[in-house]
Design a protein around this ligand. Sequence first.
Ligand SMILES: [Zn+2]
Length: 430
Amino acid sequence: MIKKRAFVLIALALLLVSSPRPEIAAQAGRVTAIRCGRLINPVDGTVTQNAVIIIRGDRIEQVGAGLGVPGGANVIDLSAYTVMPGLIDCHTHVLLQPEDERGAPPVVVKSQAYRTVQGVAAAKKDLEAGFTTLRDVDSEGAGFADVAIRDAINRGIIPGPRLLVSTLALTITGGHMNNAGLNPDIPVPEPASLTDSRDAMIAEVRRQVKYGADWIKLYATGTLRHVDPVTLESLSQVSVEEVRAIVREAARWRRDVAAHAYGGDGAKNAIRGGVRSIEHGMLMDDETLKLMVEHGTFWCPTLSVYIPEHEEDNTELRRRIVASHKEVFQKAMRLGVKIAFGTDVGAYEHGTSAREFVRMVDYGMKPIDAIRSATTRAAELLRMERQIGAIEPGKFADVIAVEGNPLDDIRAMTRVVFVMKSGQVYKSPR
Ligand SMILES: [Zn+2]
C-alpha cells in the first residue's frame, strides 16, 4: 500500500517536472498596457493611431484606441513605433547554421551537443528578430534535439519562440537529405530517416510522434542536385499512395504533413495525397498551382534562400531556378494560393528572416499581405488561428514593434525594436 502511494507520488512529481510550464506562470494575472504609435491589424488590414493593448498574464484582454490604462498596470510606451502581432515563420531550421551548408556535412564534423548549443543561440536570435512562433521543419541530422530545445523554451529554461518541431524528415535512399559522395564503406549517420516502403514510412511517423514531433516533414522531391539542368525536372520521391499513407498515419496522432517539393510529379502527389503545405515549390506548373487552390494546400515559398550569397553558387541552373521562383510566386498570388511566410532560415543567418518580406514585396506582394502571410495566414496553416496571429482578446500576448512604417517601406520589418511573447518582454527599445 505504502509502496503504491510512493509510486503515485513519484509519478506525480515526474509529471510536474516534465509538463511544459508557461514562462509567465510567476506573473499570472499581472496587467500590462502597451501604448502603440501605429497598430497594424492584419485581420482587416486597418491601421489605428494611438491604440492601447491591455494584457493580463499571457493573454490579450482588450485592444483599441482611447482605452484607459487600468490602475497599477505596468505601462510600456511604444508610441514612437509601429506595433503588430508577433511574427510566425513556417519554415525554419534552428539546428542548421549557414556553415553547415558549405563544406563537410554537420553530421560528420559536429557533435549533437554542439549543434544543440548552436540551436539555443539561434532560437534566441530568431525571437529577437520578432518571430514569436516557428514551425521548425527538420532537425537536419540533429535527431530529436529540436524537441529538447522546444521543451526547454516552454519550461522557461532558455528564451526562444514557441516551436512546433518536425524532428527527422522522411526521405528515400539516394534522395534529399542523404549524405552524397561519401565512401560507402564508412558508416555515417544520415541526416534524415530513409524510408523506402509504405510500411517503413508509417512506422517512422509513429516513432517520430512517440519522441515528440509536432509535425511530419516529408521530402516529396529531391534537392538541387536532383534537378535536371536542361529540363528543370525535379526528382519525385513518393507516389500518391505513399503520401496518403503518411498523411493518414499522421492524422491518427492529430499531426499534419509539410512536404518539401520543387515541382513535377512529386509536388502533385504530395498535394493529391493531402499534405497541408508545400515547401519551396519554385518549379511548380500552372496545373500544380490550381491543384493547390482546389485542395486548400498552403505554400511556403522560401524565396530568399535560393538567391546566391556566394559567387560560386551563381550558376546558370541557380539563375533559372530563381527566375522560375519569381514567376511561380506571381502566378500563385493571381490564382489565390494560400501563401504562408516561410524562409528556410538556418541556411542563412538566424535573426535575418525578415529579408523574405522585402523579397515578397519586391516580387509584387502588397506589404499588408506580406505581413498577413506571417501572422493570420501562418496561424491558419498551423491550425492556431484561435491562439496566435492577431492582437485580439483571448489570444496569446505576442506583440512586436518596428521602427518606421512597413506599409510604406517593408524594410521596416528588419528593424524590430520590441518583442513580447506570451506577455513576457524579450526585447525593448533602447
Ligand atoms: Zn528547409
